[in-house]
Design a protein around this ligand. Structure first.
Ligand SMILES: C[S@@+](CC[C@H](N)C(=O)[O-])C[C@H]1O[C@@H](n2cnc3c(N)ncnc32)[C@H](O)[C@@H]1O
Length: 207
């Protein structure tokens, strides 16, 4: 395996096993045959669990990483617990621009620490598909204000495990601040909103 790929992966994989547990829990809860990960950098962990993942990033280091197909496949093989070679695709580009991908072609859209993915990439998610987002860059707040989405689950970490909850969802996405935010506010802030009850990540169904 190339040293460059190994070094990039080691830098990415700061909490070994965490992301695999996340994607296993999500893959058990929702359909995730075709997955889109905009702003992935070199986080190839979805492929430890899921059968077909398209990664998108504008960073040249991510492009160089994914170009080393055999090395990436070796990392995935080291961590994958089911047989078969998953499909791994990479697009080097700006997810806010046009991506050469099928509209409605994906079951799961992943938005982790990568900006407002839901604003730009929902067209690639099929109706009934799922957005997995975490709150740090404001994409959970954005999706919660987007009529195309409805909250359908939360991902909580407990005792080293990730679990998807689909009940009691009315307790989530309740802002602590009394002044309601608009989508423009979220864009300007570029960060999340404080909620009275928080989860690691949120699942939204695309209506
Ligand atoms: C903080 S990293 C997060 C990487 C990964 N999602 C994770 O959870 O560790 C954010 C990544 O998003 C990428 N990114 C941000 N805006 C982007 C855009 N408009 N198009 C493509 N990639 C973008 C950056 O290049 C960077 O690699």
């Amino acid at each position: 395996m190339s040293d460059r790929v190994r070094a990039l992966w080691t830098g990415q994989n700061r909490h070994p096993g965490d992301r695999a547990r996340l994607f296993r829990a999500v893959g058990d809860a929702v359909e995730a045959a075709h997955v889109l990960c905009p702003g992935s950098f070199v986080d190839v962990s979805p492929s430890f669990v899921l059968p077909s993942v398209t990664y998108v990033d504008l960073d040249d280091r991510a492009a160089r990483f994914f170009a080393q197909r055999e090395s990436v496949a070796a990392i995935v093989a080291e961590h994958r617990d089911s047989p078969g070679d998953p499909e791994i695709h990479f697009l080097h580009g700006d997810y806010a621009g046009h991506l050469d991908l099928p509209r409605g072609g994906f079951d799961l859209l992943v938005s982790l620490y990568a900006g407002l993915v839901s604003e730009h990439c929902t067209e690639y998610l099929k109706p009934g598909g799922t957005l997995l987002a975490n709150p740090s860059h404001g994409d959970v707040a954005m999706a919660s204000l987007d009529d195309r989405y409805v909250l359908s689950g939360v991902v909580v970490h407990r005792g080293g495990a990730s679990r998807v909850r689909t009940t009691g969802l009315e307790q989530y996405l309740v802002p602590k601040a009394s002044t309601p935010l608009t989508r423009d506010d979220v864009r300007e802030r570029g960060r999340g909103v404080a909620y009275t009850r928080s989860a690691f990540a949120y699942l939204f169904t695309h209506r």
